[in-house]
Ligand binder design. Structure first.
Ligand code: PSU
Ligand code: MN
Length: 341
């Protein structure tokens, strides 16, 4: 088989790791090697090598860089999050479509281009094919990053807050594709719950319908992104990476899909829920008056609450992304201890 540099697929390698995954026959294993994948997927060498060697790897998304945070804070955060993962002993794999390929482990210059904005569209799972065929760039959402993580065989992915059910304004139904994708990808997603701009009760209902366990990390409550509490009590809680990894292992051994590890934002950065509710209410009114919907809605709302809070939601957002990346690295490190992969 012809293999070009930078196109290594770990599943293709005759490594003991591959054999272990095959033996375990977990649905959670990476997708089997398919030559057609070479043209679409580019697992960068550092990530491919770490995966083959069984070293911890954490997937990171790029929509929050290109559309979730303003420049230059987004660039600083993207770099900082990669260092946080490295300091915790894991390899970061920032995902995005670059030059028409789904890349796992974006290079520093690519991340910088995404952060500076311009030509980088927001790519969810359904946009991936068009972004690849179009030969351009695309910032991957949680949904699209889950696809890449699964194809590459990465088990842990850290983000800020997952997308979910948007609050009902009128009769339009807007449910993020993040939820359905998480249900089908055997990946543990670390997030500070779902974004505060959403209908959290509705989001939890859809996660239940989709069969996604929501596990509080050191908490009994679903966090509300900028806030540590939401009033929604969870059925599962873990307090250590090892406990989380055991649940992940059991879930995947049963052939099930993704898990949501809900990590409350750091105490020092968390905001008051009453204040956040007021900000979100105003941002939602503004979105409605401006007629913003579809994929522009989430970036608009995040931006608007940031303006209304004089930048305090941005500080909380950055702090919780970093905290989630650190926890992601700990979880990724706990997986090999269980002999999972
Ligand atoms: N988390 C953040 N900031 C973000 C997002 C998550 O802290 O900008 C992004 C993620 O990429 C997520 C997306 O997938 O928002 C959800 O968008 P939508 O509601 O259009 O599915
Ligand atoms: Mn939507």
């Amino acid at each position: 088989m012809v293999r070009r540099a930078g196109q290594v697929h770990p599943v293709d390698a005759e490594s003991s790791r591959t054999k272990r995954i095959d033996k375990a026959a977990l649905r959670g294993g990476p997708v089997r090697y398919d030559p057609a994948m070479h043209d679409l997927l580019d697992i960068r060498p550092e990530v491919a090598e770490a995966l083959s060697a069984g070293h911890p790897v954490v997937a990171l998304e790029s929509t929050l860089i290109a559309h979730g945070l303003p420049y230059p804070r987004n660039l600083e955060t993207a770099r900082r999050v990669e260092s946080v993962v490295r300091e915790a002993g894991a390899v970061p794999a920032t995902v995005g479509v670059a030059g028409g390929r789904l890349c796992v482990g974006l290079k520093a210059q690519e991340i910088e281009r995404f952060a500076r904005g311009g030509d980088t569209a927001k790519a969810s799972g359904r946009d991936l094919a068009a972004a690849i065929v179009g030969g351009g760039n695309g910032a991957t959402t949680v949904a699209a990053t889950l696809v890449a993580a699964h194809l590459a065989g990465i088990r842990v992915f850290a983000t800020g807050g997952i997308g979910g059910v948007h609050r009902g304004r009128g009769s339009r139904l807007d449910v993020s594709a993040d939820l359905a994708e998480l249900a089908h990808r055997p990946v543990a997603l670390v997030s500070a719950g779902a974004k505060a701009i959403l209908d959290l009760a509705g989001t939890l209902e859809v996660l239940e319908t989709q069969g996604v366990p929501v596990i509080g990390y050191g908490t009994n409550e679903f966090p509300a992104f900028y806030c540590r509490e939401s009033g929604h009590v969870l059925e599962a809680r873990v307090d250590t990476p090892f406990e989380a990894a055991r649940l992940m292992q059991a879930h995947w051994t049963l052939g099930l899909g993704g898990l949501l590890i809900a990590n409350p934002p750091p105490e020092a950065a968390a905001l008051d829920p009453v204040e956040v509710e007021a900000l979100v209410g105003r941002a939602l009114d503004d979105a409605q008056s401006a007629g913003v919907g579809g994929k522009r809605l989430t970036p608009f709302l995040l931006d608007r609450v940031n303006e209304l809070s004089d930048g305090r939601t941005l500080e909380a957002n950055v702090a919780l992304i970093e905290a989630n990346a650190a926890l992601g690295a700990e979880l990724a490190a706990a997986i090999p201890a269980l002999g999972l992969c």
